[in-house]
Design a protein around this ligand. Structure first.
Ligand SMILES: *[C@@H]1O[C@H](CO)[C@@H](O)[C@H](O)[C@H]1NC(C)=O
Ligand SMILES: *[C@@H]1O[C@H](CO)[C@@H](O)[C@H](O)[C@H]1NC(C)=O
Ligand SMILES: *[C@@H]1O[C@H](CO)[C@@H](O)[C@H](O)[C@H]1NC(C)=O
Ligand SMILES: *[C@@H]1O[C@H](CO)[C@@H](O)[C@H](O)[C@H]1NC(C)=O
Ligand SMILES: *[C@@H]1O[C@H](CO)[C@@H](O)[C@H](O)[C@H]1NC(C)=O
Length: 324
């Protein structure tokens, strides 16, 4: 262990000064995945306190939640999401809702489409076949794009089936549009993806999408290193945030973790809040502030025990060396 710590410290000293900026980090790309819980509504305010590096958010819905309805787009941009199949495939209430918000003065400029259509409802996915998705897209997303809004491709899971679903979807969407007699293809402005593994896998997943859709900007709208030790989760957080901020093709990203650790479905250490609703280190870093030392699993504030250096951390430092 001592040897590992020495090695890690040496690597860190060699790499960090030139690569990771010390102290708070702010990012114009960074957003919030808003996942409120009715038993802890007091936590909702945390994400909008200043100073904060957050510039945008989404909540898996077409309209903002009541607690945030008064926040202007220029303060914190709300990005509506269609999520899945509406009540019927013919339903166009999403378009109606977006037009209404624009008419009421909300300057909506970006739209997210389906959430994990390649996963079943039981996993939080929207469980869509590509033909249905194409039909819903043509009725609800194309009209918004014609109005000048920027739209994102569906966000599939990080599973290897996800990219195939996306590829099949684009084909189904093109076919559906040409059946309508229009001389155009299914159009979109950015790719959207999710990831819940380590950094190496994330970088490779992003590479696959870049190869499939060259030159298309990328939004990583859900990500974290699920079910890991605190130090490995923090190392992943640091290296991925730095990577996203540096890569020009990453337009936006949003960490999945804006909740307390005891309700986390991606492991307690991925949470940005402890069980008293206080920001953890990752929570504070994500908002661009100094670390708090608050352990994710704690119920009250208190100094954290320094996390132990592990093999994964060494790998992360090695990767930092490669990507810097
Ligand atoms: C909300 O919080 C309560 C209390 O911690 C928990 O039992 C419940 O599962 C949470 N709901 C969701 C949807 O996470
Ligand atoms: C709406 O938002 C876009 C993108 O941020 C901006 O360029 C534009 O000026 C805004 N329009 C108004 C009327 O505020
Ligand atoms: C990808 O989708 C096509 C069309 O549905 C299917 O034939 C093929 O088996 C899929 N490939 C993988 C690796 O899932
Ligand atoms: C649609 O995309 C296909 C495949 O990329 C391309 O060959 C075709 O020219 C495109 N059609 C239009 C109208 O843009
Ligand atoms: C992550 O970054 C913070 C500050 O930006 C630093 O204090 C912390 O030691 C880093 N942790 C790891 C495991 O890299």
């Amino acid at each position: 262990m001592l040897h590992q710590i020495t090695l890690a410290a040496t690597l860190a000293a060699a790499i960090l000064p030139s690569c990771v900026s010390a102290g708070p980090l702010s990012s114009p790309k960074r957003g919030l995945v808003f996942t409120p819980n009715s038993t802890t509504r007091g936590d909702d305010q945390i994400w909008f306190q200043k100073p904060s590096s957050l510039t945008w958010y989404y909540n898996y819905k077409a309209a903002p939640d009541d607690v945030y309805a008064k926040i202007s787009q220029s303060e914190l941009e709300f990005v509506p999401m269609l999520w899945g199949t509406p009540k019927t495939v013919q339903d166009t209430s999403f378009v109606t809702e977006i037009k209404k918000q624009i008419k009421d003065g909300r300057n909506i400029t970006n739209i997210l489409s389906f959430n994990e259509p390649d996963a079943p409802y039981s996993w939080g996915g929207s469980n869509m076949d590509v033909q249905t998705a194409a039909e819903v897209w043509v009725r609800n997303i194309e009209p918004l794009r014609e109005m000048g809004l920027r739209v994102g491709l569906p966000a599939c899971t990080g599973a290897s089936t996800g990219i195939n679903w996306t590829r099949n979807f684009v084909k189904a969407c093109n076919d559906r549009i040409s059946q309508g007699g229009l001389a155009k293809n299914c159009s979109f402005d950015f790719i959207t993806l999710h990831w819940y593994g380590g950094f190496e896998g994330l970088a490779s997943h992003m590479g696959q999408y870049s190869a499939e859709f060259p030159g298309t900007p990328m939004w990583i709208t859900e990500y974290n290193f699920a079910d890991q030790s605190l130090v490995d989760t923090q190392a992943f957080y640091n290296i991925s945030a730095e990577y996203f901020d540096r890569l020009p093709e990453v337009e936006r990203y949003s960490l999945f973790g804006a909740f307390r650790s005891d309700v986390s479905n991606v492991g307690p250490n991925a949470a940005m809040l402890n069980n008293a609703g206080e920001l953890t280190d990752i929570g504070a870093w994500y908002l661009g502030r100094q670390g708090t030392g608050v352990l994710p699993t704690s119920k009250k504030s208190g100094a954290s025990v320094p996390p132990q250096v592990s093999a994964a951390l060494l790998v992360a430092f090695g990767l930092l060396a490669l990507v810097c």
